[in-house]
Design a protein around this ligand. Structure first.
Ligand SMILES: Cc1cc2nc3c(=O)[nH]c(=O)nc-3n(C[C@H](O)[C@H](O)[C@H](O)COP(=O)(O)OP(=O)(O)OC[C@H]3O[C@@H](n4cnc5c(N)ncnc54)[C@H](O)[C@@H]3O)c2cc1C
Length: 462
């Protein structure tokens, strides 16, 4: 993903406050005294943000419980263990950057961490090309310069598509910009703001490169890192109502009619859950919160794992960018398969491309992708297709997610900060959409949001 390649030019260090307590305990100045707080915290959502927030409260002996809608914790970190002989991730897969809390947690778990190669292939004029093939293609070079220059963007707040038009980028290379700048962020270039992306790139301080955990699933790693939290999670408990009319207690109702009370509430659910009104608030959420949400995007998206008997696209190939149904493909088995077989391609289809698949069956989507790959690789996709290793995940249709990840919209400056603003010092917001350092839409962004929110809560209650 170019987002992280671009940022390689910038060198930052991670603030000490981002150190994971159990991994970097020696760096902490001192352990704070056990606080006295006779209230209790409830966290809605057991994704990375909820788990880490709960861990921090437990570390301070503060009563905490997580209410989780689904039958497992991890949220958008989720293992698919039926179809593949390696940890196939349904959601988050790459660890972006080598200088952030998530990278330290994965490294500290003992996982074998490998760097994903940046050897990409580009579909141009109907054929697959290497960067070397395109070394003298002025349109291609202009597109890559456009992408690499985004962190320096200081122009008007436009969609990336409109910025591409303003820059007169030729049509034949526009899909490459779309794939690298927008699809990789869970959307399309007609929806995402170039200013928002540029601001995020400038704030990025999570390090360079992108990595796989080769031999452990990310869900297992979360499980190991937050094992103390697990007894405090109530699974299969979708919250449907939050009543904060009482000045002392916040009362929650779950889908089975169960009630739960707390003095502090932290909401970490994906923003589309709130946007859709799946949780009813009494009184209504303040206009500041809802208006902020209107300025943060979260689109539908698919991950389609396509298994093949033989790798026909190249063992060394990292990303494949096309202007078909899937703007991006990658090879999730690379360096991970027990049999050392790099023979799965994952198609990432986001935003308008995902919308265009509405109403299609999984089989129709797979056939469409195979047809497009056949055109690029001499019919080999259909010939080598292994149906038993093929799996379609539609995050847009998944209850309790309804989308992939948050992204900055035009006029979205300050929206994440506004959404993250607590209500009456009792209801707090965390989760990837409230990550404020350009790492929205990532696991480390979700973790970082938990550090912020726990600090906010402690300032209020202590
Ligand atoms: C296809 C895909 C690919 C991705 N790729 C990457 C990647 O390579 N690298 C990366 O760093 N990030 C990636 N991400 C993003 C990353 O997964 C998320 O940013 C991160 O996991 C979000 O964590 P979170 O805790 O904020 O939210 P979540 O993990 O979504 O957790 C929120 C939890 O809230 C629960 N919930 C929802 N509604 C309710 C309710 N009413 N009551 C109770 N609980 C509720 C949900 O079930 C969920 O468990 C990807 C995401 C997707 C979908």
């Amino acid at each position: 993903m170019k987002r992280r390649e671009v940022i390689q030019k910038l060198a930052y260090t991670v603030p000490a406050s981002l150190a994971f307590p159990s991994l970097l305990a020696a760096c902490e100045p001192e352990i704070p005294p056990t606080p006295v707080y006779d209230g209790n915290v409830i966290i809605i959502g057991a994704g990375a943000a909820g788990l880490y927030a709960a861990q921090q409260f437990l570390d301070k002996n503060i009563s905490v419980q997580i209410l989780e809608a689904t039958d497992r914790f991890g949220g958008r970190v989720r293992l698919q263990d039926e179809y593949f002989d390696f940890p196939m991730e349904e959601g988050a897969d790459w660890i972006y950057g080598d200088n952030n809390l998530w990278h330290r947690i994965v490294t500290g778990s003992g996982a074998n961490i490998i760097q994903y190669p940046e050897t990409s292939r580009y579909m141009l004029d109907g054929a697959i090309k290497t960067a070397d093939d395109l070394a003298n293609d002025v349109d291609f070079l202009t597109a890559m310069n456009f992408i690499n220059d985004i962190p320096n963007y200081n122009g008007p707040d436009l969609t990336i598509k409109n910025a591409v038009f303003s820059a007169n980028l030729p049509t034949r290379v526009q899909h490459i910009v779309d794939a690298i700048t927008a699809n990789s962020r869970g959307t399309s270039f007609e929806s995402i703001s170039i200013k928002g992306v540029a601001d995020g790139e400038r704030l990025w301080n999570d390090g360079e490169g992108r990595f796989f955990a080769a031999n452990l699933s990310l869900a297992n790693i979360l499980n190991g890192a937050f094992s103390q939290v697990i007894p405090h999670i109530k699974l299969n408990t979708p919250v449907v109502q939050v009543d904060y009319t009482d000045s002392e207690k916040i009362r929650l109702t779950d889908a089975s009619g169960g009630t739960h009370e707390c003095t502090i509430l932290i909401i970490t659910v994906p923003i589309n859950v709130i946007k859709r009104g799946d949780i009813n608030f009494a009184p209504n959420l303040p206009i500041n919160t809802t208006a902020a949400l209107d300025r943060i995007g979260m689109d539908k998206g698919y991950k389609v794992m396509l298994g093949f008997y033989v790798n026909f696209w190249g063992q060394e190939v990292g990303m494949i960018y096309t202007n078909g149904t899937a703007p991006e493909y990658y090879a999730p088995g690379m360096g991970r398969s027990l049999n050392d077989e790099n023979r799965v391609l994952s198609a990432l289809i986001m935003g308008t491309q995902a919308e265009a698949l509405t109403g299609k069956t999984d089989d129709e989507i797979v056939q469409q992708l195979l047809g497009e790959l056949d055109a690029l690789y001499n019919g080999q996709a259909s010939q080598q297709f292994d149906e038993s290793s093929t799996y379609v995940i539609n995050w847009g249709d998944r209850d309790y997610f309804n989308g992939v990840k948050s992204y900055p919209m035009v006029s979205g400056t300050g929206a994440a900060e506004a959404y993250a603003t607590p209500i009456n010092n009792r209801i707090f917001f965390a989760g990837e959409a409230t990550a404020l350092n350009g790492n929205y839409g990532t696991v480390q962004g979700a973790l970082e949001s938990s550090e912020r929110v726990v600090k906010e809560v402690l300032e209020v209650i202590l």
